[in-house]
Design a protein around this ligand. Structure first.
Ligand code: XUL
Length: 528
């Protein structure tokens, strides 16, 4: 019997899932999660982040992620010592795009972590940038424009890297910071993504990136599978020397460092290259073959699925990333996910049960009321000035506003997914809000597709544990078989499927172009 451990360092929380695999027996052996705001209040985050004074600046302390990983391992070693001592392989999933800037001390520190001293105390002076920009940051518009123009236009950048220059992507982030803080940039010997930073902590040495997370930087040439020299040069001086190596998506990068072995009784298990939460969710939702999409309702809302090639993303809507299965995945990301849903709930003093009953009591189409739920600056479509916009919707009508946020999110997801060219008959739903059947009903009706709820709501974390197992099997000379790797963990229960209503779908077929036109007017973009 073997155990595999996955971690997901998301925007707001850290989750761990231990899975057990013995022949055909596959089970979740343990799961644990905590919110940074609650468990690590000393870092001063709200929703896991710190909003800067300058418009659009959003960051998180990288030390908090290290501390969270340390504390989670402590919790697992207390609650599940026997299982932890039999872990065969581990992998990290982490929020995408966030970057961690390390000085010349860091590598030595990683190599000699003292098991008697908490991790955060040993790593607190290795950062040249104490706050890491994260995916919610939208402050780098100028850097994006400069990179697009230097590289032949946004569509050229999209063709090569899978995405037009986006504000949260790491290349524009690095460019802006290198120009504003040249001395600190020169002192930086290594720039990690969150996934490679946490993986480095696990192995006690600088760890590589996988192609999935590397493609969230506007620096990685997707088809050539190497850094794009022109983009590196445009972003910052001497950048190639500071970036991690990029390995295959199923590569083992080392074994668990002595720190974790001695402090928590973790065995010298294999550590697999980390990846971003969306590539990891692709595995955790079982999308290892083409033709289906998943919707993740987390801090961000994302829609993703496997796509045919690297060229699909010239539309302004989406991204193509390397997929853990070796091909490519398409993704559209909305920043106004959970935070907009929670703000609507709180604004009207509702519980989640009230939120659900408001959805049940109101009619599909909301009697023509529309909401653009842009509580935060929005990524898709690009909206720099946050603020909820309403049309034919009374701000004081709590129930209509609940339906407004749910329908607005679902219609935006449907409208901005067409570029992937995937015929959507079934959607796998994941993320915290996928537990809410009434939200899923709205999504099923808008897309006209069945929505299958998966047994594990944190598919990014499950994906990390499954990736660990898949890579471990290969490392032992076994087959590269993704269908077998995910079997037993990702099958939706038939009772957990939400079917679309054809009458409600017909309402949305009419409403979606109106929603798109309202969105285009308010964002200054193109209508459908
Ligand atoms: C994807 C994106 C978000 C983060 C959230 O491009 O920015 O989904 O990965 O953790």
């Amino acid at each position: 019997m073997a155990f595999y451990l996955g971690f997901d360092a998301s925007t707001q929380s850290l989750t761990a899932i231990l899975i057990e695999v013995q022949g055909a027996r596959r089970a979740i052996a343990a799961t644990d999660t905590f919110r940074y705001d609650d468990e690590l209040p000393e870092y001063g985050t709200r929703h896991g982040a710190i909003v800067g004074v300058e418009a659009g600046v959003v960051s998180s302390p990288p030390l908090m992620w290290a501390d969270a990983l340390d504390r989670m391992m402590a919790r697992l070693s207390r609650a599940h010592p026997a299982e932890l001592s039999r872990v065969a392989a581990l992998a990290i999933s982490a929020q995408q795009h966030g970057s961690v800037y390390l000085n010349a001390e860091a590598a030595g520190r990683l190599a000699s972590l003292d098991p008697r001293v908490a991790l955060a105390r040993q790593m607190d002076d290795v950062f040249t940038r104490p706050l890491s920009p994260i995916w919610l940051d939208s402050s780098t518009g100028e850097a994006c424009a400069a990179m697009a123009s230097a590289l032949g236009g946004g569509d050229v950048v999209a063709r090569i890297t899978g995405s037009r220059p986006y504000e949260r992507f790491t290349g524009p982030q690095i460019r802006q910071w290198a120009r504003r803080a040249p001395v600190a940039y020169a002192d930086t010997v290594r720039i990690d993504l969150v996934s490679s930073f946490l993986t480095s902590l696990l192995v006690g040495a600088p760890a590589p990136l996988d192609p999935g997370d590397a493609s969230g930087m506007n620096l990685w040439d997707l088809s050539a599978r190497r850094w794009w020299p022109d983009a590196l040069e445009t972003a910052a001086p001497n950048l190639a020397a500071k970036l991690p190596r990029v390995t295959g998506a199923s590569d083992v990068v080392g074994v668990v460092a002595p720190y974790w072995q001695r402090r928590y009784g973790v065995p010298p298990a294999r550590v697999v290259v980390g990846t971003g939460d969306n590539p990891s969710s692709l595995i955790g939702t079982g999308l290892v073959t083409k033709g289906r999409v998943a919707i993740s309702l987390g801090t961000s809302n994302t829609v993703f699925g496997l796509v045919r090639d690297a060229q699909a993303s010239e539309s302004a809507d989406g991204h193509v990333f390397g997929a853990p299965t070796g091909g490519y995945m398409g993704l559209t990301c909305f920043s106004n996910g959970a935070i907009a849903r929670e703000a609507t709930r709180d604004r009207y003093g509702l519980s989640w049960e009230d939120f659900s009953s408001a959805l049940r009591r109101t009619r599909p189409g909301n009697d023509g009321g529309l909401m653009l739920p842009w509580l935060l600056p929005e990524i898709t479509p690009h909206v720099a000035s946050a603020g909820i916009r309403r049309e034919h919707l009374d701000e004081n009508d709590a129930e209509a506003n609940v339906r407004g946020v749910a329908e607005g999110q679902a219609m935006a997801m449907a409208n901005h997914t067409a570029w992937m060219g995937v015929a959507i008959n079934e959607i796998h739903a994941t993320g915290g809000a996928s537990a809410n059947r009434d939200i899923l009903q709205v999504i099923a009706d808008v897309f006209g597709a069945r929505v299958a709820r998966l047994p594990v709501t944190n598919s990014a974390c499950l994906g990390a544990a499954l990736r660990a197992r898949h890579a471990d099997v290969i490392a032992q000379g076994g087959p590269d078989d993704w269908s077998d790797a995910v079997a037993g963990f990702v099958e939706p229960h038939p009772d957990d499927c939400v079917e679309p209503s054809s009458a409600a779908h017909a309402v949305y077929v009419e409403l979606r172009p109106r929603y798109a036109a309202f969105e285009a007017r308010e964002s200054g973009g193109q209508s459908l």
